[in-house]
Design a binder for this molecule. Structure first.
Ligand SMILES: Nc1nc2c(c(=O)[nH]1)N(C=O)[C@@H](CNc1ccc(C(=O)N[C@@H](CCC(=O)O)C(=O)O)cc1)CN2
Ligand SMILES: Nc1ncnc2c1ncn2[C@@H]1O[C@H](COP(=O)(O)OP(=O)(O)OP(=O)(O)O)[C@@H](O)[C@H]1O
Length: 198
């Protein structure tokens, strides 16, 4: 494999591309993550899809993903319902739980990712969500995505017609070899641009 970890050419498979981009993203400093994430949040909050959404599925950022706290807090203030995914490692499913209070309704779950505390009356059906913020390791301009490899989002995104917006730093944009299961996102927002995927 001559192109391994050089980023040259498009010959990396999914696994190689995942570890290549994770290593690039690992190079971002905390300050860079903070400032780029704020730009991404501003861009997202100015989209009509945000304005129109009553129910937003966000994610709790993990490792060096685009941070989401600003967006979550702003959405709550704007009177939107915010739901977060609860990871079910046994079935590779995501369960949606509405959160009202980030200090009270959140615990540490699978892989140390913050997740909502399970509560029956707060479960939200995938079909009730208007807008989904999708985390990822790699996205391309067509909306194809590589995650951490559990197939959680691929399975989940099948069940909804919500607008799907990937959040990524510009260095995470790279052509992705597509798979049969892949569900594309509609937009990818980076600190440099908003990509309309079609
Ligand atoms: N914020 C966030 N939540 C999410 C996801 C995600 O990508 N981001 N997931 C998306 O589907 C699911 C969790 N999936 C995961 C699957 C595998 C690993 C994992 O193997 N982590 C490596 C460390 C990787 C690294 O170095 O960055 C490990 O534990 O060794 C993590 C999350 C559900 N919740
Ligand atoms: N809709 C689906 N139904 C059944 N199996 C699936 C589905 N989507 C993905 N898988 C399986 O899940 C595994 C992981 O898929 P993949 O590598 O695409 O995950 P990923 O997109 O990187 O991870 P994630 O979605 O958790 O962020 C693969 O074995 C894949 O075949």
């Amino acid at each position: 494999m001559t192109n391994r970890n050089t980023g040259e050419g498009n010959h990396m498979n999914k696994k190689e591309l995942r570890s290549y981009v994770l290593s690039l993203r690992e190079g971002l400093t905390e300050d860079e993550i903070k400032s780029k994430s704020l730009i991404i949040a501003d861009r997202l909050l100015s989209l009509s899809f945000y304005f129109k959404a009553a129910v937003i599925m966000a994610y709790m950022d993990y490792k060096k993903e685009v941070r989401t706290l600003t967006v979550i807090e702003r959405a709550m203030k704007d009177g939107k319902r915010v739901v977060l995914p609860l990871t079910k490692p046994d079935t590779h499913e995501l369960i949606l739980v509405e959160v009202r209070d980030l200090n009270r309704d959140i615990a540490t779950g699978f892989k140390g990712i913050k997740e909502p505390v399970y509560e029956n009356k707060r479960i939200v059906a995938p079909g009730d969500v208007d807008l989904i913020l999708v985390p990822g390791v790699v996205f391309d301009e067509r909306g194809y995505r590589i995650g951490y490899g559990g197939g959680y989002y691929d399975r989940f995104l099948n069940k909804t017609c919500a607008t799907k917006i990937g959040l990524a730093f510009e260095l995470q944009i790279h052509p992705v070899p597509e798979d049969v299961h892949d569900v594309r996102v509609d937009y990818v927002v980076t600190e440099k641009r908003t990509i309309e995927c079609n």
